[in-house]
Design a protein around this ligand. Structure first.
Ligand code: ADP
Ligand code: GLC
Length: 521
């Protein structure tokens, strides 16, 4: 049987472009698909510097009549991942300092055009271009690629199936309706039944509305997004498409994130067999962050976007109290995000020199050393589609303290609650409910109590390190999904309409209260 050909359309793929978990997840998924025999390629923008980081560049096509002007498509190989990448080149759109945000932290004004161009490029490939094989599956990731299923439908391509993977429903790519023509979106799709959303045009809705199959990255999140609380205004559409919605939990790259062979750790590497060596990584982290070097001080880390989603505001309220009540506790933070949370955490660090240190910024190597050197990772989330970071922590014998939502509820084992600490011998972390400072403080207290019981703590560390979260296992449902899509419709057969036209959904008549429609990470 011919190998299934999949083209993954994405705004990020580690290490070429990454602002968070999307980049990691895309590369991990693509590599595992490739190892499992899928003919997979990644289509993404040629952001600044990306062409210098790939090898075997070859011209594929000039693409005229694209949003944002003429573009060029080139093929190459990413040396680190070994994956074929197809890079959409248009310097006016992509040769910029950051992926999504200008120097003031605002979304680039033309993000709609930048990502519409990406979707059009995907459809040109699916239509047929010289020097690149036509895919069976276009696999679109998050809002940036949301127009792909719509444009495939509009172009009447019958032989290509579309999968749309939601990594984060809160980022939707919402733009004025008046952009539609400039983006090459036909008027007939700009209706409530199409991609109109509160009188705007919504890229994520396009993906949800027109993809053959929708996937999201954990089981609990797949259930949560069907509710108004987590549905970000799109839950009515998701409920209407529930039969085509699948949860396919992410995996992690357990080669890159491996304490025994981590290139960022060098001689500080360790494994579950020699956990005492983790103390060297802890001392190095304390030193690097300017904390007192003290093996007995419990070291709590945070490494994430400092945003409302990640409860950075709650952490800024809970941590002063925790530092006050636990005189030996140390805190190390690397992150960047909302200005006020960054400042609040920096202010905390200046109040507790030697005990609390904050690095505002983004640095891959520091993230690895943080996961290795810390005793526990604080990862509060108001919602969490998957949550890679706590899994990285577990792999490094660092105990996650996470919110009981989304992927965290599925991946962190905490049988505790009101039970005796002894049951935590079977745990891998500490979960908490709620988003008040008090909720987080109590969870930190609980983790610190467990930390003082070496038998329990050590057992939790080993449990976490032994967990199987690799992409090798995680990719299987994607393989089955691809197979079912490719075999369901013999090439050339017209697919039946996917979903019944929806009645005008109730949410279009409500005010846009509290619904996050941010356009960029
Ligand atoms: P999300 O994708 O919602 O940000 P995940 O936990 O799934 O959350 O993935 C976050 C990824 O981004 C991880 O690889 C994490 O190490 C990385 N990351 C987040 N913030 C930083 C930072 N400031 N520096 C380095 N890496 C970071
Ligand atoms: C998103 C989510 C995160 C998930 C990541 C990869 O950024 O916020 O929970 O782990 O995508 O799927």
């Amino acid at each position: 049987m011919a190998r299934t050909r999949s083209l993954i359309v994405t705004s990020e793929a580690f290490p070429l472009a990454k602002s968070g978990g999307l980049g990691d997840a895309v590369t991990g998924m693509a590599s595992a698909l490739s190892v499992a025999g899928t003919d997979v390629g990644i289509l993404m923008p040629a952001y600044r510097g990306v062409l210098d980081r790939v090898v075997g560049l070859r011209h594929i096509a000039h693409l005229a009549g694209m949003p944002g002007g003429e573009a060029t498509l080139v093929g190459a190989l990413c040396p680190e991942s070994g994956l074929p990448v197809y890079l959409l080149c248009n310097n006016a759109l992509y040769d910029r300092e950051n992926l999504y945000l200008d120097e003031n932290g605002e979304s680039y004004a033309d993000n709609a055009v930048r990502y519409a161009a990406l979707a059009h490029a995907a459809v040109r490939v699916a239509t047929g271009l010289p020097n690149i094989r036509r895919p069976d599956i276009l696999h679109a990731q998050d809002w940036h690629a949301g127009l792909v299923p719509l444009l495939v439908r509009a172009a009447g391509l019958r032989y290509v199936k579309t999968v749309f993977t939601v990594h984060n429903l809160a980022f939707q790519g919402v733009f004025p309706l008046s952009c539609a023509r400039q983006l090459g979106v036909p008027d007939s799709y700009c209706t409530e039944d199409g991609i109109r959303f509160f009188d705007q045009l919504n890229f994520l809705k396009a993906g949800l509305r027109y993809a053959d199959c929708i996937t999201t990255v954990s089981k609990t999140y797949a259930r949560e997004i069907l509710t108004p609380e987590f549905g970000c205004g799109l839950d009515p559409l998701l409920r209407a498409r529930a039969a085509d919605l699948m949860a396919i939990p992410n995996g992690i790259d357990d080669t890159l994130w491996n304490p025994a062979h981590d290139r960022y750790l060098g001689h500080l590497s360790y494994s579950a067999r020699n956990l005492t060596k983790k103390t060297r990584a802890k001392a190095a982290l304390q030193k690097a962050f300017g904390l007192h070097v003290d093996q007995n001080a419990p070291l709590l880390a945070m490494g994430s976007r400092l945003t409302h989603q990640k409860m950075a505001d709650v952490a800024a309220q809970a941590l002063p109290d925790a530092l006050q009540r636990h005189p030996t506790l140390q805190v190390a933070i690397i992150g960047r995000g909302d200005y006020q949370y960054e400042r609040a955490l920096e202010a905390l660090a200046s109040r507790y020199p030697g005990r609390c240190a904050v690095r505002i910024g983004y640095d891959e190597s520091t993230a690895h050393r943080l996961h290795a050197g810390a005793d526990m990772l604080l990862h509060g989330s108001r919602f969490e589609p998957f949550g890679l970071t706590p899994l990285y922590a577990m792999r490094y014998g660092t105990i996650p303290i996470g919110s009981r939502v989304g992927g965290l509820a599925d991946t962190i084992i905490d049988p505790g609650g009101q039970e005796a600490d002894r049951v935590m011998l079977a745990a891998t972390g500490v979960l908490f409910d709620g988003d008040r400072a008090q909720d987080m403080s109590l969870a930190i207290d609980r983790a610190l109590r467990l930390y003082r019981q070496p038998a329990v703590w050590c057992s939790m560390q080993r449990n976490g390190m032994a967990c199987e979260f690799s992409w090798r296992a995680a990719v299987r449902p994607y393989l089955a999904l691809y197979d079912s899509l490719v075999s369901a419709t013999p090439r050339g057969q017209v697919p039946a309409p996917l979903i019944r036209p929806l009645p005008v959904p109730a949410y279009t008549r409500r005010a846009n209260n509290g619904i996050s429609v941010r356009t960029a990470y």
